[in-house]
Ligand binder design. Structure first.
Ligand code: HDD
Length: 748
């Protein structure tokens, strides 16, 4: 392949793919909710003559100078009369609304839900029974503790709130990426959140659970044990919002046509698998790219790599409700899949980015109480209080009950009732009366009639005494925490141990970390001993229990959730300097682009990098344009690294400590690394792979895969494809845990 044709091929790969994606994006831009939002969307073209106006529609002639009384020296006092200037400043002064008290930092996207199996046996909710429907959705991902301006990749639980704009009204599942919660009763929510938020005396730390107050609360409140094990696992540092499971956490009820009740938990699992960052990487990204997750989501959707989740239900019949050794209404317990299998009945895809952040992602107002006929609440003591809190908090954020009239919250189902007026009322309702009953009876409550009639609460018998108490099974807090730990693979256990060590080492009050070691001993003697030694506390003398549970929970280890082998949206850095082998780069890019991975050229400088053979040319613009320089990019922001051949470029790379660090850091973070031709020499210099002499492959076209480092020294153009195949296979597994098991990551 000539240099010229190689460059042209690369342009075609990029251009063709983009055009195809744009086509798909247009086709998808028109679900009913998107059309509805279109009525409220303005563009420069929708104005008169592209002219800026005031908020009352008057064309503006000057927006740079406040109206003044100008004296001879060219200055003078402002005039209050300037209605445009006052409107502009007033508006700015009032631009902020209170940020969410939790989950303040978020990223949203639009999508669509498709049902492939009717759940009519358990519910009459049309959204879960009518397989011919496509239901528009809006989803918001978030961190919990940090404020709006905090970083994305902190260790934290992630919010995963999903809204279905059904024909019967909005249905929200305000979920998380972890299936259990810290506390059992909603009255304790302010306590758990206060303990995690910045300490009141100093307002530090920001977006961190690694401080005295958080671990003080965890140590003193045994019911948190299961959830803090999850938060300290890899689930607390997801690689991408696209690679997280979602859980409704609370126990809801489904009601079928016959009026029968089934207890249900909702779960959704990503097609791309559940994957996480490694801790060192997550920490670095907080500084290198605090918007890492929101950018990742935006870029994937923008490039047509639409993330998808299978949507499932776990059901327990009313008659079986008492047959478990935990209370099925306790949100600190999950329903193990081996006991209650997930029935996947649908899927959703996010296929459209928001047009403007504030009116969509910031103003979306989720409430657990937004349900539709066929779905109902249970006595889950966490859910009951949530139903109160979400509506209350929206009133604080919006200052008015009319927040459901905002475009993003407005249901697709028509709304009509006698609730009128209030701040910022938009709707104009015809008619003479705003009360019921009235002499016209034009609108009236409608009796329940399956999924399409009025909402009717399940007829549940309730009797008892007013008390502040929980059911007897609520008092067992440790079994599932231990079972979760038992379910982890060795590398997952190692990561958990290290996170406890990190977090508790940030606490400087010995009472806090000593109590926490006691608490950990209640979950696992082994874990408590390892953490204690590292944190500087005497390990417990003996196990807290004579026998800890030995069972594991199915489906909770991320090793069981690696996805469908796709590498869509994976970011691959190609490291080059002048004199690189353009043929190899072209072949590799084409092979990866075919699988919708996104490649980036990272060069010795940004701008054109000359391929071997082009070096003599004096024209600056010749060469392959680098997206980043070795200095401006960082290995942490990519999923994998490729170093192509080219004697000249390898010579330069070997002289750069920065680019050597790139490869070593990626190796330490267990990422797939690929090298061809002379690129292999560079890898050999940068990392240590015991028992593998990469030079051996010099004489053959063999592709060597050692701990996720894929090399082919004597690669002919014909087999870059084979190398790419092994490279993408390795990428689809996300990280090479065997490298960590062998301790190689720390030997670079
Ligand atoms: Fe909550 C926001 C998830 C318990 C009170 N919560 C909020 C959001 C998510 C969750 C994802 C952000 C929604 C968005 O993107 O706008 N919360 C959960 C889960 C819980 C949970 C999965 C356990 C099952 N929450 C919980 C309790 C209470 C609250 C027990 C109060 C008693 N949560 C709120 C809130 C927030 C909120 C204060 C703040 C902003 C908002 O509601 O809209 O009402």
């Amino acid at each position: 392949m000539s240099l010229q044709s190689a460059l042209e091929t690369m342009q075609e790969v990029g251009g063709g793919l983009k055009a195809k994606m744009a086509e798909k994006a247009n086709a998808l831009s028109s679900n009913a909710k998107i059309k509805q939002l279109g009525q409220y969307t303005v563009t420069p073209e929708s104005t008169r003559d592209n002219c800026m106006t005031t908020n009352t529609g008057v064309k503006v002639s000057n927006t740079d100078d406040w109206l003044k009384v100008i004296s001879d020296n060219g200055t003078g006092p402002h005039i209050l009369e300037d209605f445009h200037a006052r409107e502009k400043i007033h508006h700015f002064d009032h631009e902020r609304i209170p940020e969410r008290v939790v989950h303040a930092r978020g990223a949203g996207a639009h999508g669509v839900f498709r049902l492939f199996e009717s759940a009519a046996d358990v519910t009459c909710a049309k959204v879960l029974t009518d397989t011919s429907r496509e239901t528009p959705m809006f989803v918001r991902f978030s961190t919990v503790l940090g404020s709006r301006g905090s970083a994305d990749t902190v260790r934290d639980v992630r919010g995963f709130a999903i809204r279905f704009y059904t024909d019967e009204g909005n249905w929200d599942i305000v979920g998380n990426n972890i299936p259990v919660f810290f506390i059992q009763d909603s009255i304790k929510f302010p306590d758990v959140i206060h303990s995690g938020k910045p300490e009141p005396s100093t307002e530090v730390p920001q977006a961190q659970s690694a401080h005295n107050n958080f671990w003080d609360f965890m140590g003193l409140q045994p019911e948190t044990s299961h959830m803090f094990m999850w938060a300290m696992s890899d689930r607390g540092i997801p690689r991408s919002y696209r690679m997280m499971q979602g859980f409704g956490v609370n126990t809801f009820a489904l009601i079928n046509e016959q009026g029968e009740r089934t207890f249900v938990k909702f779960v959704w699992t990503p097609e791309l698998g559940v994957h996480s960052l490694v801790w060192d990487e997550a920490l670095k990204i907080c500084g290198q790219d605090p918007d890492f997750h929101r950018k990742d989501l935006y870029a994937a959707i923008d490039n047509g790599a639409y993330p998808k989740w299978k949507f499932g239900i776990q059901c327990i019949k009313e008659a079986d409700a008492d047959n478990f050794d935990f209370d099925i209404l306790d949100s600190t317990k999950l329903w193990p899949e081996q006991l209650v299998p997930v029935r996947y009945i649908g899927e959703f895809e996010l296929n459209r980015n928001v047009t403007e952040y504030f009116p969509e992602t910031e103003q979306v107002a989720f409430c657990t109480s937004h349900i539709v006929p066929g779905i109902d609440f249970t006595d889950d003591p966490l859910l009951q209080g949530r139903n109160f809190s979400y509506l209350d908090t929206q009133l604080n954020r919006f200052g008015s009950f009319n927040f459901n009239e905002l475009p993003i919250n407005r249901p697709l189902a028509p709304t009509l009732n006698n609730q009128r007026d209030g701040f910022m009322r938009h709707t104009i309702t015809e008619g003479k009366v705003n009360y019921w009953p009235n002499r016209y009876s034009s609108i009236k409550p409608t009796p329940a009639s399956g999924g399409s009639g009025g909402f009717e609460t399940y007829r549940q018998e309730v009797n008892g005494f007013k008390q502040r108490k929980r059911g007897p099974k609520f008092y067992e807090h440790l079994n599932q925490a231990t079972q979760f730990y038992n379910s982890m693979r060795p590398h997952e256990k190692r990561h958990m141990t290290n996170s406890f060590v990190f977090e508790l080492s940030k606490c400087d009050d010995p009472q806090v970390y000593t109590t926490m070691i006691e608490r950990l001993n209640m979950v696992s003697f082994e874990l408590a001993c390892t953490v204690a030694t590292q944190v500087g506390v005497a390990p417990p003398e003996k196990p807290f229990k004579t026998e800890y549970p030995t069972a594991a929970i199915q489906g909770v280890s991320q090793a069981e959730l690696t996805g469908n082998g796709s590498i869509e949206g994976r970011r691959v850095a190609i490291l080059i300097a002048d004199g690189f082998d353009l043929g190899q780069v072209t072949e590799m890019r084409t092979a990866l682009a075919a699988q919708k991975a996104v490649t980036f050229i990272v060069g010795e400088r940004r701008g054109p990098i000359k391929a071997a053979g082009q070096e003599e040319s004096s024209k600056y613009e010749e060469g392959l344009g680098a997206d980043f320089s070795w200095e401006s990019g960082r290995s942490t922001l990519f999923d994998a690294i490729y170093v192509p051949g080219g004697a000249g470029h390898i010579l330069k790379m070997k002289q750069s400590g920065r680019v050597t660090h790139w490869v070593r850091e990626a190796f330490e973070h267990l990422k797939p690394i690929c090298a061809t031709g002379e690129g292999v020499d560079f890898i050999q210099q940068a990392v240590v792979l015991p028992g593998v002499d990469l030079a051996l492959s010099e004489q053959s076209t063999e592709v060597v895969n050692s701990y996720g480092v894929i090399t082919s020294r004597n690669v002919g153009l014909t087999n870059v494809g084979d190398v790419a195949k092994q490279f993408s296979q390795e990428m689809s597994q996300h990280r090479n845990w065997a490298r960590e098991d062998a301790g190689l990551n720390l030997k670079v």
